[in-house]
Design a protein around this ligand. Structure first.
Ligand code: ASP
Length: 436
């Protein structure tokens, strides 16, 4: 059995719904289907979910909710008509608008995109419709309850030959709708794959897999064939976003491989995400990066023999609510890397606090950094990865300001000046993927 989840661009209009039906027909094992809300049909278009958030805003501000809801209703009517379905959703559209006008919650409003998308897909495929409000449970604080969802959903699925379930939302104990964060239908897909005991979780999107680097920065980046759950998380952390990062956990729990596929090119090999790959790995699998970091640099002579020195610096960050992502130490120096945006809110109080707590010889914040994560299961225990990496950036004239390597030798993180970011990313890519 296979669970197949389709993203918003794969469901943008009636023609795309038909493409989805054709893809499902190619393999009868694809019996469990999760859908997003229809996404953009073109660059200037608006996603249904964004239109629905707008409806909620209008309702809260006493605006014209009916006018805001009209384009949503029209999009769905167009899809139903384009598919030639005998599905009349008129009453449900009225009931939805009625609820919105009477103050329905934001999550309920946002979830209606997936709900109607699911209703239409179920009618198109002739499969039962499952409403996640009744089986994908969130607790009273809005936290997803994985065990409760697994128990209820797997019991329900046992009686069904297949099913269509909307993504993105579930229900709280009082019956109210709750949603995952944006892009959360990926999580719903993983939940359904686990509950249905599927052998594969297919995630159908509009690119042919996870690319080895962001194509806006490295235009020649190609899709990765196979990678591990851990590598996806490592890359996602610095911005590679094909899959919602919380979608990994349910699949990993059940050991279900995730196959990222392209609806617009169903024959493309895509990317397999697995627990342990048997395939020989290259030295690196991919790289990701992001601008907008700052390093807080604290220097004090003989601080290496001062017990509790680092803890006092870290307490300052904690007190000021500044998260840090990397910590590099030298003899007498500590450098902490944090996103500039989060640091900016507390910059002055944080500096004062550090000065008062550890009396450093010098304290400064270095802004304008970009962090680059070079990720690969193949680098563990393999000599010369670092030398190749650093000679490449060195030859390209890029000055490395900071280095950090995770304990499992799965990644090397570099900090470079933002002005060197693009050059560094392309240079590293060429050094490890010369044929691309
Ligand atoms: N429709 C939701 C969003 O736009 C969830 C999803 O598509 O995964 O974020």
């Amino acid at each position: 059995m296979i669970t197949a989840k389709f993203g918003g661009t794969s469901l943008a209009d009636a023609a795309h719904f038909q493409m989805v039906r054709d893809i499902l027909a190619l393999n009868p094992e694809r019996r469990f289907v999760v859908v997003s809300a229809p996404g953009k049909r073109s660059g200037e278009d608006t996603k249904i979910t964004d239109l629905l958030y707008r409806c909620h805003r209008e309702a809260r501000e006493g605006g014209d909710v009916a006018a805001a809801f009209r384009p949503v209703e029209e999009r769905f009517r167009e899809i139903v008509a384009g598919l030639g379905l005998e599905l009349d959703l008129t009453e449900e559209f009225h009931a939805t608008l009625w609820a919105m006008e009477r103050g329905a919650g934001q999550a309920f409003c946002a979830s209606r995109g997936e709900y109607f998308s699911g209703r239409i897909m179920a009618a198109l495929l002739g499969l039962p419709f499952i409403d996640p409000a009744q089986c994908v449970f969130f607790d009273e604080h809005g936290q997803f309850d994985g065990d409760a969802a697994q128990a209820s959903l797997s019991a329900k699925l046992r009686e069904l030959p297949g099913a269509v379930m909307p993504g993105f939302y579930g229900g709280m104990p009082d019956g109210a709708v709750a949603t995952f964060s944006r892009g959360g239908s990926d999580i719903s897909g993983a939940i359904l794959a686990r509950a249905s005991g599927s052998a594969v979780y297919e995630n159908w999107t509009d690119v042919s897999g996870v690319l080895a680097a962001d194509p806006r920065v490295v235009p020649s980046a190609a899709p990765i064939g196979t990678m591990t759950y851990t590598e996806v998380r490592e890359l996602a952390y610095l911005g590679a976003t094909v899959l919602h990062e919380d979608a990994i956990y349910p699949a990993k729990m059940a050991g279900i491989p995730i196959h990222i596929c392209n609806t617009m090119d169903p024959q493309a090999p895509g990317t397999w995400i697995v627990a342990n790959s048997q395939e020989p790995a290259g030295a690196i699998t991919g790289l990701a990066g992001r601008r907008g970091y700052s390093a807080i640099q604290v220097e004090k002579e003989r601080s290496n023999s001062e017990v509790g020195y680092c803890r006092r610096i870290l307490s300052c960050l904690e007190r000021n609510g500044v998260p840090f992502e990397h910590l590099a130490t030298g003899i007498g120096s500590v450098s902490l890397v944090a996103p500039t945006e989060l640091l900016d809110r507390h910059r002055d109080t944080l500096l004062e606090d550090i000065r008062a707590s550890v009396h450093p010889d010098s304290l400064q914040i270095l802004d304008g950094l970009a962090m680059i994560a070079v990720v690969g299961r193949g680098m563990a225990g393999r000599p010369q990865v670092a030398s190749r990496l650093f000679s490449a950036v060195g030859d390209a004239g890029v000055n490395v300001r900071l280095i950090d390597q995770g304990t499992k030798e799965l990644n090397i993180v570099l900090g470079v000046d933002e002005t060197d970011y693009q050059n560094a990313m392309n240079t590293i890519f060429q050094a490890f993927f010369p044929q691309a």
